[in-house]
Write a protein that binds this ligand. Structure first.
Ligand SMILES: [Zn+2]
Length: 250
Protein backbone atom coordinates (compact mmCIF):
# COMPACT_ATOMS: atom_id res chain seq x y z
CA UNK A 1 0.00 0.00 0.00
CA UNK A 2 1.32 3.40 -0.91
CA UNK A 3 0.99 5.95 1.83
CA UNK A 4 2.53 9.02 0.25
CA UNK A 5 -0.14 10.84 -1.76
CA UNK A 6 2.44 13.00 -3.53
CA UNK A 7 4.51 10.07 -4.78
CA UNK A 8 3.49 8.77 -8.15
CA UNK A 9 4.06 5.75 -10.32
CA UNK A 10 6.35 6.19 -13.27
CA UNK A 11 9.12 4.39 -15.04
CA UNK A 12 12.78 4.79 -15.76
CA UNK A 13 14.74 3.34 -18.63
CA UNK A 14 16.51 0.14 -17.66
CA UNK A 15 18.44 -1.95 -20.18
CA UNK A 16 18.23 -5.07 -17.99
CA UNK A 17 14.44 -5.47 -17.98
CA UNK A 18 12.63 -7.08 -20.96
CA UNK A 19 10.56 -4.03 -21.91
CA UNK A 20 13.44 -1.64 -21.26
CA UNK A 21 11.63 0.03 -18.38
CA UNK A 22 11.68 -0.22 -14.62
CA UNK A 23 8.62 0.98 -12.79
CA UNK A 24 9.09 3.15 -9.75
CA UNK A 25 6.68 4.32 -7.11
CA UNK A 26 7.91 7.48 -5.48
CA UNK A 27 10.32 10.11 -6.70
CA UNK A 28 13.15 10.51 -9.13
CA UNK A 29 16.24 12.57 -8.57
CA UNK A 30 17.97 13.89 -11.65
CA UNK A 31 21.55 14.99 -11.17
CA UNK A 32 24.07 17.01 -13.10
CA UNK A 33 27.53 16.14 -11.91
CA UNK A 34 31.12 16.69 -12.88
CA UNK A 35 32.26 13.52 -14.64
CA UNK A 36 35.91 14.05 -13.70
CA UNK A 37 35.47 14.44 -9.93
CA UNK A 38 31.98 12.92 -9.43
CA UNK A 39 30.80 16.06 -7.69
CA UNK A 40 27.07 16.78 -7.91
CA UNK A 41 26.52 20.32 -9.19
CA UNK A 42 22.73 20.39 -9.31
CA UNK A 43 19.92 18.04 -8.43
CA UNK A 44 16.22 18.18 -9.16
CA UNK A 45 13.74 15.84 -7.53
CA UNK A 46 10.49 15.14 -9.30
CA UNK A 47 7.62 12.73 -8.72
CA UNK A 48 7.92 9.29 -10.32
CA UNK A 49 5.61 10.17 -13.17
CA UNK A 50 7.64 13.11 -14.53
CA UNK A 51 9.80 12.48 -17.55
CA UNK A 52 13.53 12.96 -17.05
CA UNK A 53 14.55 14.39 -20.43
CA UNK A 54 12.48 17.51 -19.74
CA UNK A 55 14.61 18.54 -16.78
CA UNK A 56 18.03 18.69 -18.46
CA UNK A 57 17.59 22.36 -19.32
CA UNK A 58 16.46 23.24 -15.78
CA UNK A 59 19.40 21.35 -14.26
CA UNK A 60 21.82 23.16 -16.54
CA UNK A 61 20.41 26.57 -15.60
CA UNK A 62 20.45 25.64 -11.91
CA UNK A 63 24.16 24.75 -12.06
CA UNK A 64 24.90 27.90 -14.04
CA UNK A 65 23.12 30.10 -11.50
CA UNK A 66 25.00 28.46 -8.62
CA UNK A 67 28.52 28.44 -10.05
CA UNK A 68 30.03 31.32 -12.00
CA UNK A 69 32.67 29.02 -13.43
CA UNK A 70 30.16 26.53 -14.78
CA UNK A 71 30.87 26.33 -18.54
CA UNK A 72 31.13 22.68 -19.56
CA UNK A 73 32.62 21.71 -22.91
CA UNK A 74 30.73 18.44 -23.06
CA UNK A 75 27.57 17.06 -21.52
CA UNK A 76 27.28 13.29 -21.21
CA UNK A 77 23.86 11.67 -20.80
CA UNK A 78 22.23 8.30 -21.32
CA UNK A 79 19.64 7.46 -23.97
CA UNK A 80 16.78 8.70 -21.78
CA UNK A 81 17.95 12.21 -22.73
CA UNK A 82 18.10 11.48 -26.46
CA UNK A 83 15.53 14.10 -27.42
CA UNK A 84 15.74 16.77 -30.10
CA UNK A 85 15.10 19.63 -27.68
CA UNK A 86 18.07 18.59 -25.53
CA UNK A 87 20.48 18.65 -28.48
CA UNK A 88 19.09 21.99 -29.65
CA UNK A 89 19.46 23.46 -26.16
CA UNK A 90 23.04 22.20 -25.65
CA UNK A 91 24.26 23.27 -29.09
CA UNK A 92 22.75 26.68 -28.42
CA UNK A 93 24.74 26.86 -25.17
CA UNK A 94 27.92 25.86 -27.04
CA UNK A 95 28.08 22.49 -25.26
CA UNK A 96 28.98 19.32 -27.14
CA UNK A 97 26.34 16.64 -26.46
CA UNK A 98 27.60 13.10 -25.86
CA UNK A 99 24.23 11.40 -25.49
CA UNK A 100 23.61 7.74 -26.21
CA UNK A 101 21.05 7.34 -28.97
CA UNK A 102 17.80 5.47 -28.19
CA UNK A 103 18.16 1.80 -28.97
CA UNK A 104 16.20 0.20 -31.79
CA UNK A 105 15.98 -3.49 -32.76
CA UNK A 106 18.95 -4.61 -34.86
CA UNK A 107 21.02 -1.61 -33.87
CA UNK A 108 19.78 0.32 -36.91
CA UNK A 109 17.71 3.43 -36.62
CA UNK A 110 14.11 3.01 -37.71
CA UNK A 111 13.48 3.95 -41.38
CA UNK A 112 17.05 5.06 -41.71
CA UNK A 113 20.13 4.07 -43.66
CA UNK A 114 22.20 4.88 -40.56
CA UNK A 115 23.32 2.70 -37.69
CA UNK A 116 22.89 4.03 -34.17
CA UNK A 117 26.54 5.10 -34.32
CA UNK A 118 25.59 7.52 -37.12
CA UNK A 119 27.31 5.34 -39.73
CA UNK A 120 25.69 5.16 -43.18
CA UNK A 121 25.04 1.79 -44.79
CA UNK A 122 26.11 1.19 -48.40
CA UNK A 123 23.97 -0.07 -51.28
CA UNK A 124 24.62 -3.61 -50.08
CA UNK A 125 23.14 -2.59 -46.68
CA UNK A 126 26.45 -3.05 -44.93
CA UNK A 127 27.60 -0.41 -42.44
CA UNK A 128 30.35 1.63 -44.08
CA UNK A 129 33.83 2.27 -42.76
CA UNK A 130 34.86 5.64 -41.43
CA UNK A 131 37.80 6.97 -43.45
CA UNK A 132 38.58 10.52 -42.39
CA UNK A 133 37.23 13.92 -41.39
CA UNK A 134 37.97 16.90 -43.60
CA UNK A 135 39.66 19.37 -41.23
CA UNK A 136 38.29 22.33 -43.17
CA UNK A 137 34.64 21.42 -43.59
CA UNK A 138 34.30 19.01 -40.65
CA UNK A 139 32.60 16.51 -42.95
CA UNK A 140 33.20 12.79 -42.49
CA UNK A 141 34.05 10.39 -45.31
CA UNK A 142 32.69 6.84 -45.22
CA UNK A 143 33.22 4.05 -47.73
CA UNK A 144 32.03 0.52 -48.28
CA UNK A 145 34.40 -1.68 -46.32
CA UNK A 146 37.53 -2.72 -48.20
CA UNK A 147 36.98 -5.40 -50.82
CA UNK A 148 33.37 -4.33 -51.24
CA UNK A 149 30.32 -6.16 -49.99
CA UNK A 150 28.78 -9.44 -51.16
CA UNK A 151 25.41 -8.31 -52.42
CA UNK A 152 26.77 -5.98 -55.04
CA UNK A 153 29.38 -8.58 -55.91
CA UNK A 154 26.55 -10.83 -57.02
CA UNK A 155 24.75 -8.11 -58.97
CA UNK A 156 27.75 -6.79 -60.81
CA UNK A 157 29.73 -10.01 -61.14
CA UNK A 158 33.37 -9.12 -60.84
CA UNK A 159 32.70 -5.57 -59.69
CA UNK A 160 32.53 -4.63 -56.06
CA UNK A 161 30.45 -1.98 -54.30
CA UNK A 162 32.55 1.15 -54.27
CA UNK A 163 30.13 3.35 -52.35
CA UNK A 164 31.70 6.35 -50.70
CA UNK A 165 29.74 8.99 -48.89
CA UNK A 166 30.38 12.32 -47.18
CA UNK A 167 28.34 13.24 -44.13
CA UNK A 168 27.94 16.79 -42.90
CA UNK A 169 27.51 16.73 -39.09
CA UNK A 170 25.85 20.15 -39.09
CA UNK A 171 22.91 18.62 -40.96
CA UNK A 172 22.05 16.32 -38.07
CA UNK A 173 24.13 16.87 -34.92
CA UNK A 174 22.03 14.33 -33.03
CA UNK A 175 22.95 11.56 -35.45
CA UNK A 176 26.54 12.53 -36.26
CA UNK A 177 27.65 14.51 -33.24
CA UNK A 178 29.08 17.95 -33.76
CA UNK A 179 32.78 18.11 -32.85
CA UNK A 180 32.86 14.63 -31.36
CA UNK A 181 31.79 12.14 -34.04
CA UNK A 182 29.12 9.75 -32.75
CA UNK A 183 30.50 6.24 -32.36
CA UNK A 184 34.15 7.40 -32.53
CA UNK A 185 36.67 6.18 -29.91
CA UNK A 186 36.60 9.69 -28.42
CA UNK A 187 32.81 9.54 -28.15
CA UNK A 188 32.87 6.22 -26.29
CA UNK A 189 35.75 7.31 -24.08
CA UNK A 190 33.76 10.35 -23.00
CA UNK A 191 30.56 8.35 -22.67
CA UNK A 192 32.42 5.88 -20.44
CA UNK A 193 32.98 8.69 -17.91
CA UNK A 194 29.22 8.66 -17.23
CA UNK A 195 29.76 5.44 -15.24
CA UNK A 196 31.11 7.48 -12.31
CA UNK A 197 27.67 8.88 -11.49
CA UNK A 198 26.32 5.36 -10.98
CA UNK A 199 28.83 4.81 -8.15
CA UNK A 200 27.72 8.09 -6.59
CA UNK A 201 24.06 7.08 -6.90
CA UNK A 202 24.81 3.70 -5.31
CA UNK A 203 26.35 5.43 -2.29
CA UNK A 204 23.50 7.94 -2.05
CA UNK A 205 20.93 5.16 -2.12
CA UNK A 206 22.66 2.80 0.32
CA UNK A 207 24.65 4.92 2.75
CA UNK A 208 22.27 7.86 2.74
CA UNK A 209 19.00 5.94 2.55
CA UNK A 210 17.86 7.80 -0.53
CA UNK A 211 16.22 4.68 -1.90
CA UNK A 212 14.45 3.83 1.36
CA UNK A 213 13.84 7.34 2.55
CA UNK A 214 11.63 7.89 5.62
CA UNK A 215 10.07 11.16 4.64
CA UNK A 216 6.94 11.82 2.69
CA UNK A 217 6.14 14.61 0.30
CA UNK A 218 8.11 16.21 -2.49
CA UNK A 219 9.35 19.11 -0.31
CA UNK A 220 11.00 16.75 2.18
CA UNK A 221 12.50 14.52 -0.47
CA UNK A 222 13.79 17.59 -2.28
CA UNK A 223 15.67 18.50 0.90
CA UNK A 224 16.95 14.99 1.53
CA UNK A 225 18.64 14.89 -1.89
CA UNK A 226 21.00 17.90 -1.66
CA UNK A 227 21.82 16.95 1.96
CA UNK A 228 22.78 13.52 0.68
CA UNK A 229 24.93 15.08 -2.03
CA UNK A 230 26.57 17.29 0.60
CA UNK A 231 27.28 14.33 2.90
CA UNK A 232 28.88 12.52 -0.01
CA UNK A 233 31.15 15.48 -0.81
CA UNK A 234 32.18 15.78 2.87
CA UNK A 235 33.07 12.09 2.84
CA UNK A 236 34.98 12.47 -0.42
CA UNK A 237 36.89 15.50 0.88
CA UNK A 238 37.80 13.86 4.17
CA UNK A 239 39.14 10.80 2.37
CA UNK A 240 41.12 13.15 0.13
CA UNK A 241 42.56 15.08 3.11
CA UNK A 242 42.96 12.41 5.80
CA UNK A 243 42.82 9.10 3.98
CA UNK A 244 40.32 6.33 4.65
CA UNK A 245 38.99 6.37 8.21
CA UNK A 246 39.07 3.00 9.89
CA UNK A 247 35.76 1.92 11.34
CA UNK A 248 36.44 1.48 15.12
CA UNK A 249 33.71 -1.18 15.34
CA UNK A 250 35.38 -3.48 12.89
ZN1 LIG B 1 28.94 -2.07 -50.10
Amino acid sequence: MFTDPEASLGFKYCSKSPDGKRYVQGYKTVTLSCARYDVALATITVTGRSSEPRVLKDLFHKAKAKFKWFAPETLIADAAYDAGHNYAFLLDEGVEPVINISDTPGGKLRDSIYTKDGIPTCMGQVPMEYVLTDPETGRHLYRCRQGGCERLDRIKGWSTCRDAHWEDPSEDPRLFGRKIRRGSPEFWEKYGMRGGIERVFAWWKDACNLERHRYRGLANISLHTPLTALAYEVKRLSVELFGKIRNPAG
